[in-house]
Design a protein around this ligand. Sequence first.
Ligand code: ASP
Ligand code: MG
Length: 417
Amino acid sequence: MIEVYKFGGASVKDAEGVKNLVRVLENNKDKNKLIVVSAMGKTTNALEVVVNDYLNGLQSPESLSEVKLFHRNILDGLFHHDQEPVYFKVDQLFTELENFLQHNKSNKYDFVYDQIVSFGELISTTIVSDYLNTRNITNNWLDARDFIKTDSTYRDAQVNWTRTQEKILDLLDPGKLNITQGFIGSDSNNFTTTLGREGSDYSAAIFAYCLNAESVTIWKDVPGVLNADPRYFEKAQLLNKISYEEAIELAFYGASVIHPKTLQPLQRKEIPLFVRSFMDPIPMGTAVSKGDGIDPAIPCFIVKKNQVLISLSSLDFSFMVEENISEIFRLFHQYQMKVDLIQNSAISFRVCVDNKFNQLEKLVQHLKARFKVNYKTGVSLYTIRHFSEQAITELEKDKVVLLKQLTQNTVQMVTEN
Ligand code: ASP
Ligand code: MG
């Protein structure tokens, strides 16, 4: 059986990170592995700048030189002299990218984006693979685009599971230590596609599903999944075990745990997912697996900042019924507002939404034709899963609560800030 390991950008943000990856592997040598690696550090963001510069008419943007320099520094931190083959391989990848910039005729943003941004992962895995070889960890570099087959929805490619499964069964030797890219795939014309930002976890899950892997481990800069985001809550605690359903629920309420897309294929085959710290590779971190709820059974706190609370009532005090409400939802959908929370009474309807696409003004204009509209921006939405009275009291202590809703397992509160 094979284990899938995924290393994100933060774990390979510099030469030290790559050296540490070797330590993680040396501490966990017993089983066959497939390793999925993201672009190094903030490379994807940097390449997004290259895309914009290029589409604004720059053929060889300064932003690309910065990406080159960043990787050159990592190479210099890992290898003794610049005659090593890895320098040529990385140069070749940059040349390929520059050739694309010169010859490309398309001005379709999403297509151009995928052709450029994917080089982050191709370069990172080339460096990591060669470095592992110099450390006598013999490995096999795979181009994920030969395996992850998708449709042509650039930047949000949908996996073709049948073709992906075939490719993985035909072409991948699970008896070797394989290393490949997260985030990228290819369509039926063999153009590069990407699975959406932060998509490398999902890549790991796709490989694990098709290989019937024993487990997936995501190596992160935190000890595992915590019951609260330490940026907003004191005393965050490690969760040892979470069921798939619970992890999906937490993600739904806005916890930046693990993307639900990543969990679904794993849940289908009951492949456990471990989230562990690459700084401390001994403890087992968090296991997401089949089972009930969470362990320890403690409240989980999730906050979404910068939400909008909208209150609507009919202009003539008539009831808010199916017809009005369906009209309201149609508009939310049209203006890409993600609805977090709904509360309605006979004559009013209140909803907390995420104004991700900055279309609030337009939405409100539209709503005003039919409803009395009040709204408040900059509110926060707090969710406590498995709440206790004490947890609610603690949270409410220094806040102005505008709206509160309790269900059996979950309490949600919209607060002033
Ligand atoms: N490198 C890609 C990103 O930063 C994919 C990933 O890290 O998961 O979005
Ligand atoms: Mg990344």
